[in-house]
Each structure stands twice: as C-alpha cells, then as structure tokens.
Design a protein around this ligand. Structure first.
Ligand code: NAI
Length: 272
C-alpha cells in the first residue's frame, strides 16, 4: 500500500459483484486511504452483493440510474454531504447492450435496443460530467475516469454496437475533458482495458476465445481486473495531474501488436 489516495473522496459507479472492475477499484481505493460513495442502477442492487462491498470499505450506497438526470443530481448532492466536501475522483464503469444480450447481429440491430444501450453505455458519461460540472462538485486537480475497450478503434465483430458506444464514450472524454480542464482543472481520461471475465464481458459472444486470443497476442498477457484497478488509482492520484483527454491502453501491449509467435505457431500448425 502506498497511501496514494489518502484523504481523497470519490464516487464509484458500476460495482455489481466481486468480478466487476469497479469492485476491485473500490477495494483498492479503500486500501489506499480514499473514502467514497458506491452507486449502481437500482435494479442491480436487488442482488444485494454491493452491501458486502460497502461494509468492507466503510462506504454508503446511493442508487442511481445513470440515464436519469434526477438520480445523478441526487447522487452528487448526497455524496458531497456524506463525504463532507467536493469530489476528487469519479469512476464510470458502466456498460450494457441489449442487442448483445438478446443476440441480435450487428447488421440486424434493433434500434430501440441501440438507443437504450447508447444511453446507458455512452451518454451516461456525459450526463455524469454535466451534473458534476454544473454543481461545481469536483475539486481542483480532481480526476474522472471511464472504462472502454479497443473495439472503439478496431473491428471485433462480436462486440456489436458496444464498439460504437465506446467510440462515443471516448470522444465525450475529450470533448467534456476540455471544458473540465479549462474551467476546473479536472482531468478526464478513458482506460482501454483487456478483455476481462466479468458479467458485462462474458456477455459478449465467443468471449472465451476472445480472452485467450488476446492473452496469446499480448507480450505481457491480459491485464486483470485487479491490475486495471491499480492503474485506475494512479490516475486518481496526484502523480498524474497533467494527464488528460487521453485514451490509455491497459492491455499488456495488445493494441500495438500485429502478430505474436504463439498465434503464428497455432495458425501454422498442420500447414507445414
Ligand atoms: P460489470 O457487469 O461488472 O459492470 C457493468 C456495470 O454497469 C454493472 O454494475 C451494471 O449494474 C452497471 N449498469 C448497467 N446499467 C446501468 C445504469 N442504467 N445505471 C448505472 N449503472 C448501470 O462488468 P465490467 O466488465 O466490470 O464493466 C465495467 C466497465 O468496463 C464497462 O464500461 C465495460 O464496458 C468496461 N470494459 C470491460 C471489459 C471486459 O472485458 N469486461 C473490457 C474493457 C472495458
């Protein structure tokens, strides 16, 4: 432990269960001395697992649907009351595609599903920042991070409309990040994480193959949820104050690879 976040106050979206990346971020942030509010969609709370995380980290839970402005306004106001001041860090760890869930092929999208998935996965990041910005809720040199995936830049056919949602999410980070930096000295970044076995991740068709392909392609192997949490904490810490408007790859090197020996060997098997 480094006491990296000693005295810092935060809001963490998206801890659903122990596998969630946000869950690991909460545990690690607690270990590093932060206090924070946990939030998730009211429907996700029904499973009740988040209560365990709240107890272990001494946190309060405020339900909020990230597509509903009133919920977000209530969340930000209550968080400042509970934490006793402005917010130093926010994690947006939210993603959901109904087209993916229902097995709709990308070329056969149901646009009502597309709209809903876009609202939850991408526009919610704008909404969250809008509320934080309007309420002047972020401390100077605060940090806002959202999680994304490389399908925003490259084709991964089964990632479906989440690819488009992530492209939009990353763009929001830059566009809103400009105003947040200029007006409040707050930084905004996205972390582009390796495929990770979580509820959202495992919903992608052929996820097992996806995971092992990335593992074999990356010189350092896939980054785990816990490693993603560690990286996220560096962005919440005071050691990265001038990093903003970036999409930062946290993927064991995958994004800069063309081919690895292991993949080439398995491709050539039986061909020579
Ligand atoms: P997860 O399923 O544990 O987390 C997704 C969260 O989004 C859940 O807690 C869910 O309740 C929440 N959510 C859904 N609708 C919501 C709404 N209307 N309002 C508020 N919250 C809502 O899965 P994971 O993997 O931890 O996902 C976190 C983030 O990481 C997502 O943005 C995901 O796209 C991203 N990511 C995941 C990767 C993976 O392979 N698992 C790879 C790269 C990025």
């Amino acid at each position: 432990m480094y006491n990296l976040l000693k005295g810092k106050k935060g809001i963490i979206f998206g801890a659903l269960n122990e596998d969630s990346i946000a869950w690991k971020v909460a545990e690690r942030a607690h270990e590093e001395g932060a206090t924070f509010v946990l939030t998730n969609a009211p429907i996700a709370m029904r499973m009740g697992e988040i209560n365990k995380l709240a107890a272990n980290t001494g946190s309060e839970i405020i339900p909020a649907d990230a597509t509903v402005m009133e919920d977000l306004e209530n969340l930000v106001e209550k968080s400042m009351e509970i934490l006793g001041g402005k917010i130093d860090f926010v994690l947006h760890s939210i993603g959901m595609s109904i087209n993916v869930r229902k097995g709709r092929h990308y070329t056969e999208s149901n646009y009502d599903f597309t709209h809903k998935g876009f609202d939850v996965s991408a526009l919610s990041f704008h909404r969250v920042m809008n509320v934080l910005y309007k309420k002047n809720a972020m401390s100077e040199w605060g940090s806002i991070v959202a999680l994304t995936y490389m399908a925003a830049q490259r084709v991964f056919p089964d990632y479906n409309d989440m690819a488009d949602n992530k492209a939009y999410l990353e763009s929001i980070a830059r566009s809103f990040g400009y105003f947040f930096g200029r007006d409040h000295k707050v930084r905004v970044n996205t972390i582009s994480q390796s495929p990770t076995p979580t509820t959202a991740g495992s919903g992608v068709k052929g996820f097992g193959g996806f995971l092992s392909y990335a593992e074999k392609m990356s010189p350092l192997g896939n980054a785990t949820a816990l490693e993603c949490a560690d990286y996220t904490l560096t962005l919440f810490s005071d050691l990265t104050r001038k990093v903003t408007l970036q999409n930062l790859y946290h993927d064991g090197g995958f994004s800069n690879m063309g081919i690895s020996d292991v993949i080439m060997d398995s491709f050539m098997e039986g061909k020579e």
